[in-house]
Design a protein. Structure first.
Length: 291
């Protein structure tokens, strides 16, 4: 590998081992020549083990999209497990269920490749092709995905970006995918598919420090701090995910209650983050009283 992110030395042993296995499977496929496509999709490729079992997908990015690829890898790193921060937890699965993802750069012959390596999970379909039965859905997982989208300012939670699988009791479980478009539009998310269906101790400075330690200083530090503070304050005030989503998606009839308008009302300066947080607290208090 010519480059990977995160650097494995700064991860818990269990996660480092998991990532190393994914890299070894990729190396094995590289040694055989061109990577086989996954379902004839132009930018997705199959990564199989020695016995031919599908283990990972390689999602290829264009040369100028390195930041988008690293954004996608960073979302998994900051989808912290329930028990502790990702930098300390032995658990592979995070709160919102983002699949293990790492940024890789490598060559096959004279061809350069760059993108993300994603652990493969068998699924039934995407949520857009699933017959929704509210009594047969794990709503907690949708709430967790909603929290993830708000925290990262996700612009691309369409109906093709949530995978669905069913357990033996027929309960639908949900896994979020495709996160390269986080913070694509400042402080406004596109209408996510979970809006029609439906607190954690998150610490943005600690998260940004962790990403930097792992080999990449994120370009979205201010946006991440603002969205994290917004989510924490909204949850603290008891605002439901549906109404939090409306504010983040610029769907509130009163423009003052939309996140983008809150941020736009504050001048840039040394105390920008603090001033935004104070205004958010005031506006969210009014928003909750209006519901």
């Amino acid at each position: 590998m010519e480059e990977i992110f995160p650097t494995l030395a700064h991860l818990p042993r269990q996660l480092s081992t998991n990532f190393q296995q994914m890299i070894d499977w990729l190396r094995g496929c590289i040694s055989q020549g061109e990577l086989p496509k996954y379902r004839d999709l132009p930018n997705l490729f199959r990564i199989s083990d020695e016995e031919g079992r599908l283990r990972c997908l390689f999602k290829k990015f264009d040369d100028g999209d390195e930041i988008s690829a690293k954004k996608e890898a960073s979302v998994y790193l900051l989808d912290h497990p329930m028990d502790a921060h990702r930098s300390e937890s032995p658990n592979i699965k995070g709160f919102s269920g983002v699949l293990p993802t790492l940024f890789v750069r490598f060559s096959i012959g004279n061809a350069n490749h760059m993108g993300v390596l994603i652990e493969y999970m068998e699924s039934l379909c995407v949520i857009g092709h699933y017959e929704i039965k509210l009594e047969k859905m794990n709503m907690g997982e949708l709430v967790a995905i909603g929290a993830l989208d708000i925290r990262f300012g996700n612009m691309d939670r369409n109906q093709d970006n949530i995978l669905v699988r069913e357990d033996v009791d027929g309960i639908a479980h949900f896994t979020p995918v495709d996160h390269e478009m986080i913070f694509g539009n400042a402080y406004n998310i596109c209408s996510p598919c979970w809006l029609s269906l439906v607190k954690g101790s998150v610490n943005s400075p600690e998260d940004i420090e962790f990403l930097t330690l792992c080999g990449w200083e994120p370009t979205y530090a201010n946006e991440f701090r603002v969205c994290t503070n917004f989510l924490k304050e909204a949850v603290l005030q008891g605002i439901t995910l549906h109404h939090i989503g409306n504010s983040a998606a610029f769907k509130c009839a009163n423009f003052d209650y939309n996140l983008q308008m809150m941020v736009n009302s504050v001048e840039n300066g040394d105390n920008f983050i603090v001033n935004v947080r104070n205004l958010m607290r005031e506006r969210l208090t009014e928003y909750r009283a209006s519901l």
